[in-house]
Ligand binder design. Structure first.
Ligand code: ADP
Ligand code: MG
Length: 707
């Protein structure tokens, strides 16, 4: 059996990679400070700081053959170099070779120093963009090097990396520092992907890969391809560690015994009979998957993904009923109070007369109610607890917590999930996400979960026509609301809440609603809905809207879930530019539920930038949640979309989930292959790998329970 790197070798590598860059010759405290500001503190940082592009100097071009517009490398003798006093001071020179000559020009810099450095008669190698100027070829601000007597052109003929700039450090100095760091670090690098697997994919060693990416050994035709192949190896290594961590976490839950639920379907049957509709085939399929997980003694770890309005809430409810029938409690956790309250409302509404007891627990639950809920949960009288992170507080005790459902909406919280799961004896876990996540991403963030997808909407949904309107069209938008209402339809006017400024926005929404009611639509019946209203008030307003008594409902994001009024055909979203596409898509899903044509108007600020406009246009072009999410991802980047800062995932240094998505699968296959014959990474040859995972994940994946 081939051995992996030893733990010692791994530790030596870590020591080298952690060495600060001040130890590089020529890096003083000041330069070090500037490097640090750019995230370049250690040798490891230097390795991961990949070139943006390369300058291929392997093909020297005779001066006469230089082509304007191209970046070229050249060799010649300085025949003149002098300061010229024109409209502005310039330094101008000429280099010549046997074929011809080339003008050089500087507009700024230390002219005296340059003249000293490149005296007439000295041989130089240079590079830069060739320009045509008054019939002559010239290079402005060339990158020059003096060739010593001993220098052959060959020592100049290489591929030079071009790095992103570091403020206050000359590009050439930066290149030299990075080169020194790479050279010093490369010999200590060990390979974490086992050799036989790496060979199967023809992966170079990590040392080779870093060396080649920073200083390609050959230029010319194959340069791009060669660099890409070596970079790929580095991405695979990085993703491999991620996937291995996720798989270990998943497997870690596997062997532990969980609950084998024994539902008798009495509650579920009663519920399904009371509903005015049938389950969609997708809901049925997904419930089958969940039921199998629940009945098996292995704890469920499942991600339920489905577009807005696909009926996830009902799936969650049926799952909770299956648990209740088996004598277990369910905890449903939502990311915000508003969403928790909405869930409680919709669950109660769906349940009707089916005998299930719910409790709502958020930080603003009144004391008496809270105490009753806590007692009910501890005593086992309450079947389903709905709440925010308040549910994972110490005071909350469950008599028999069997199922944890986390509705993550747009957010992801590996950490929170873990907290709630600890409240029971290996309860089953169902994570719901309303944001359709591109496959590559769900594998990253949820690589430890099995996936169930609701890929169809309940029947009868209408297409929604989406338009963007500027502030100056506001009157026209109001007229449109009026026209819809005149035809007997209803409309939403939504002020989405930015989480951080909930209070301010809320005040704005309330003021705006009052203004709409009083000044704009004095003749219409306008209702207001927001998270801070008392539960009864909310119920009353929603009931009035559902009954058609309220014609225009002014609301905060509260309506993101739970409201279902088929007669509502128009959704106006204020400040649309301030929100994520996925969130807007969610909101829009509240219309298009009846038989009438439906519309969504995105009201955007006059100052909306071109990019902002393009972004919103995605919504007017597609109703496919996956496409919306993918666009959102492209524009905002995965960190923003996922809130990875709080996701508990390690950061990527080389890989980019968007660009390198397909390599995630490659990495996952590798991780599977490793775990196939060493399920807990306890074999000696994987000692370094195991250590590396613990280091990289820094406890975030609870790997400690493994092995
Ligand atoms: P999601 O949570 O996935 O966004 P919801 O669970 O809120 O979707 O469902 C949206 C609406 O569709 C709700 O009013 C719900 O009652 C309704 N619904 C759910 N399943 C079905 C179905 N099979 N047929 C018809 N309507 C359904
Ligand atoms: Mg929902």
């Amino acid at each position: 059996m081939p051995g992996g790197p030893t733990l010692d070798a791994y530790r030596r590598m870590v020591a080298v990679l952690d060495t600060p860059l001040v130890t590089v010759k020529g890096v003083g405290p000041k330069v070090f400070e500037r490097l640090t500001r750019k995230g370049l503190r250690t040798f490891g940082d230097a390795l991961a700081f990949l070139p943006l592009r390369y300058e291929d100097r392997t093909r020297l071009v005779p001066l006469a053959k230089l082509i304007p517009g191209e970046t070229a490398a050249f060799l010649g003798t300085v025949t003149s170099l002098a300061v010229r006093q024109g409209r502005r001071r310039t330094l101008e020179g000429v280099v010549a070779d046997a074929s011809g000559n080339l003008a050089l020009k500087w507009f700024h810099g230390n002219f005296g120093w340059l003249q000293n450095r490149y005296p007439v008669g000295c041989r130089v190698a240079g590079s830069g963009v060739v320009q045509a100027f008054l019939g002559r070829k010239e290079v402005v601000h060339p990158d020059l090097e003096v060739l010593d007597e001993a220098d052959t052109p060959a020592s100049f003929e290489r591929v030079v990396p071009v790095y992103s700039e570091v403020e206050g450090v000359h590009p050439r100095a930066l290149r030299r520092i990075l080169e020194a760091a790479v050279q010093a670090a490369v010999p200590s690098l060990v390979d974490l992907v086992p050799g036989e697997l790496a060979a199967g994919l023809s992966l170079p060693t990590v040392a080779e890969a870093y060396r080649e990416v920073h200083a390609p050994s050959v230029g010319g035709e194959g340069l791009e391809r060669r660099v890409a192949a070596h970079r790929r190896a580095l991405v695979i290594e990085e993703f491999f560690c991620l996937q291995l961590g996720l798989l270990l976490k998943k497997e870690g839950a596997g062997p532990r015994s969980g609950i084998a639920f024994r539902p008798d379907f009495r509650l579920v049957k009663a519920l399904l009979k009371s509903l005015p509709f049938e389950l969609t085939p997708a809901q049925r399929r997904v419930l089958g998957e969940i039921r199998r997980d629940l009945e098996s003694p292995r704890p469920m770890h499942r991600l339920l993904q489905g577009d807005v309005g696909s009926g996830k809430t009902l799936v969650a409810l049926v799952s909770a009923l299956l648990a209740a029938e088996s004598g277990y409690q369910t905890a449903l956790m939502a990311p915000t109070e508003i969403l928790a309250e909405q869930h409680a409302l919709s669950l109660r509404r769906l349940c009707g007369t089916v005998p299930v007891r719910f409790a709502l627990l958020t930080s603003s639950t009144p004391r008496a109610e809270r105490e009753a809920a806590l007692a009910g949960l501890a005593g086992g009288d309450i079947h389903v607890a709905v709440g925010t992170h308040a549910l994972i507080q110490d005071a909350v005790e469950f008599a028999r917590l069997g199922l944890v459902i986390v509705d993550e909406q747009h957010r992801f919280g590996v950490l929170h999930r873990a907290g709630l799961v600890r409240k029971g004896e290996n309860p089953d876990l169902l994570v719901m996400t309303a944001t359709p996540i591109p496959r590559s991403l769900s594998m990253t963030v949820y690589g430890d979960l099995d996936l169930s997808v609701i890929d169809e909407l309940p029947p009868g949904r209408q297409p929604i026509l989406t338009r963007i309107a500027r502030e100056k069209h506001r009157q026209g938008v109001y007229d449109f609301v009026r026209r819809e209402v005149a035809q007997g339809r209803q409309a939403y006017v939504v002020y989405p809440l930015v989480e951080e400024s909930e209070k301010v926005d809320l005040a704005a929404a309330t003021t705006m609603a009052e203004r709409l009611a009083r000044d704009v639509f004095p003749d219409l019946r306008v209702g207001l809905l927001h998270g801070r209203l008392r539960a009864e008030e909310k119920e009353r307003t929603m009931a009035a809207f559902a009954a058609g008594e309220v014609q225009v409902l002014v609301a905060t994001t509260v309506i993101e879930v739970g409201i279902d009024v088929p007669n509502a055909t128009l959704m106006v979203i204020e400040h649309a530019e301030r929100f994520g596409l996925s969130q807007l898509h969610q909101l829009r899903g509240r219309v298009g539920r009846g038989t009438h044509r439906s519309y969504c108007v995105l009201l955007a600020s006059e100052r909306l930038s071109r990019d902002g406009w393009e972004r919103l246009r995605v919504l007017s072009q597609t109703e496919d949640g996956f496409r919306v999410a993918e666009e959102d991802l492209k524009i905002r980047g995965p960190g923003d979309l996922l809130g990875t800062r709080q996701s508990g995932l390690p950061d990527f240094r080389i890989g980019n989930i968007l660009r390198d998505g397909p390599l995630l699968q490659t990495a996952r296959d590798l991780a599977h292959a490793v775990l196939r014959d060493d399920a807990h990474l306890t074999q000696e040859r994987h000692a370094a790998l195991r250590r590396a995972l613990l280091d990289r994940w820094a406890g975030r994946l609870e790997l400690a329970q493994v092995g």
